[in-house]
Design a protein around this ligand. Structure first.
Ligand code: SAM
Length: 264
């Protein structure tokens, strides 16, 4: 295994100004093995070569939280806070699982609407012995209305789950005021930015920084779209299951109460 596992110390350093220590490197290799095993039972990923896994799951998951990685490297850093983090639509555990390995002081909740994926991740987490992960088989539209999850998280992460306004509607109800969401995107267009900016005030959000990255092995483009939670989210959001994806919030679109509000 050790000879198969790529050593990309220089790429971590040159792209994220951070590099994993030896125990983290070992945990990454174990995560790769655990994913391969789980993938035989449930289709979690089509990326199974060490390089694909390293770049598109491991590196990509961690690049989204690059500002925190720099803090993590500074042992005396004032921001080493025990954040409550949620990964919405985690699939095979990305981006949340690598973050749980690198930030053991974070409490990372992984949710997915597909129960068998959550069961597969549970087996992975057990084989890794990761203690700071909570797993929930549920939809974001349900979780956003549960008292112990609504406005309970410091950081919400969401990758490859849907359109940008749909992702915002899933994430913002779960965030505390002062918290933030990171939407992991590939391409990012001015139209998407304008549409997101227009609907965010309805959810209690505001657009933050959009960080652009290039994947180190294949040169793909990534955008991390930061959304800041600046006001409470109205109780009508998220709308009923399926609505945020079927009928994403739009600028000037006023939702009649009969079209999917929980208040109906
Ligand atoms: N985030 C992972 C990644 O980037 O590798 C998985 C992405 S996969 C394409 C999308 C996942 O989101 C699926 O596992 C699906 O079950 C989940 N999902 C979609 N809509 C959801 C919702 N409303 N609530 C919870 N999970 C959802």
């Amino acid at each position: 295994m050790a000879d198969l596992w790529p050593n990309y110390d220089n790429l971590w350093q040159s792209t994220l100004h951070w590099r994993p220590n030896q125990p983290q490197e070992t945990a990454f290799a174990q995560l790769y093995q655990a994913l391969l095993v789980a993938n035989q039972q449930v289709n979690l990923t089509r990326l199974t070569t060490p390089d694909d896994f390293w770049e598109k799951h491991l590196w990509d998951s961690l690049q989204g939280v690059a500002p925190w990685l720099v803090t993590a490297a500074d042992e005396a850093g004032p921001l080493k806070a025990p954040l409550k983090v949620i990964d919405i639509g985690t699939g095979g555990g990305f981006p949340g699982l690598p973050l749980a390995l690198v930030f053991p002081h974070w409490r990372v909740t992984l949710i997915d609407g597909t129960r068998k994926k959550i069961a597969a991740i549970e087996a992975m987490v057990q084989s890794l012995g990761t203690a700071n992960v909570e797993l929930l088989a549920d939809r974001a539209e349900h979780l956003g209305h549960q008292l112990n999850h609504r406005e309970a998280y410091d950081l919400a992460l969401i990758r490859a789950v849907g359109g940008v306004n749909t992702c915002a509607e899933y994430a913002l109800p779960l965030l505390k005021r002062g918290g933030q969401a990171i939407l992991y995107r590939g391409q990012w267009t001015p139209d998407e930015e304008a549409s997101l900016t227009a609907i965010l005030p309805r959810l209690g959000g505001k657009l933050g920084i959009v960080r652009t990255m290039t994947t180190p092995l294949s040169g793909g483009v990534r955008h991390n779209v930061e959304i800041l939670k600046v006001a409470p989210t109205p109780d009508t959001y998220p709308r009923l299951p399926g609505m945020p994806a079927k009928q994403p919030l739009e600028h000037r679109h006023r939702m009649p109460r009969s079209q999917g509000s929980w208040a109906d």
